[in-house]
Design a protein around this ligand. Structure first.
Ligand SMILES: C[S@@+](CC[C@H](N)C(=O)[O-])C[C@H]1O[C@@H](n2cnc3c(N)ncnc32)[C@H](O)[C@@H]1O
Length: 213
């Protein structure tokens, strides 16, 4: 079985792809929030990033309902960006209620509104497979990260063994529309030094820690 064949091609109409997902998140924002809070395994995947976050400046790209960002916002100078306006408004409201400060904006990973080499860490969970252009997304996150900074990324991949129930899980994500990619050449293209650890989903959920040279 060829390694390449197992991965998913990027959509031709990238705007349509992003808008399709965005409509879904707008309609189901509250349900999504509940799913993240109710299912312990989802929280476990997100929290696996916490030990690797280094400050002072931390950016979370595609924070969704903001569950993870809330866990560390008090500790760091925190920035967050998400494409979905409803998620942005929800998180701004929660932060205000809790008296926490963070710079939260609506935006696109493909055009991050920050200076070069601004962040010590970038956190990105369960979102990279929702980006229609991997090179553009990676290039922007790489640009705004300091040298020696870390991109802490959780997303779906195949189990390292390429066997077992994890294979079915990965294929289920693909069936739901996620673009599952071989991250190795992508990290290498941007000269990241990285580790890849299976953290759940029978080997289908991976934590990548990528350090910028
Ligand atoms: C599956 S959710 C993950 C949310 C959260 N990180 C989590 O782990 O629960 C994917 C997120 O990616 C965001 N997103 C999708 N396309 C984006 C883009 N082009 N730029 C920034 N965020 C985007 C969505 O709005 C959504 O919040």
């Amino acid at each position: 079985m060829s390694r390449k064949l197992d991965y998913v091609s990027e959509p031709k109409d990238k705007e349509k792809f992003t808008e399709g997902f965005n409509k879904f998140y707008t309609s189901f924002a509250r349900v999504y929030d509940l799913v993240v809070k109710i299912f312990p395994f989802w929280k476990h995947w997100l929290k696996a990033t916490l030990p690797y976050i280094q400050g002072p400046r931390v950016l979370e790209v595609s924070f969704g309902t903001g569950y993870l960002l809330m866990q560390y916002a008090a500790e760091f100078e925190t920035y967050g960006l998400d494409y979905n306006e409803k998620f942005v408004a929800m998180l701004q409201g929660i932060l205000e209620n809790k008296g926490l400060a963070a710079d939260i904006r609506q935006g696109d990973v493909q055009a991050l509104p920050y200076d070069d080499e601004f962040f010590d860490s970038i956190v990105n969970t369960m979102a990279f497979s929702a980006y229609p252009d991997a090179v553009k997304a990676m290039s922007e996150m790489h640009r705004v990260l300091k040298k020696g900074g870390k991109l802490i990324l959780v997303d779906i991949d195949y189990p390292h063994s390429r066997k077992g129930f994890g294979m079915t899980m990965t294929k289920a994500w693909i069936a739901m529309g996620d673009i599952i990619r071989d991250m190795k050449p992508l990290f290498e293209q941007f000269d990241f030094e990285y580790t890849d650890e299976e953290i759940g989903g029978f080997g289908s959920v991976h934590l990548f820690i990528a350090e910028k040279h």
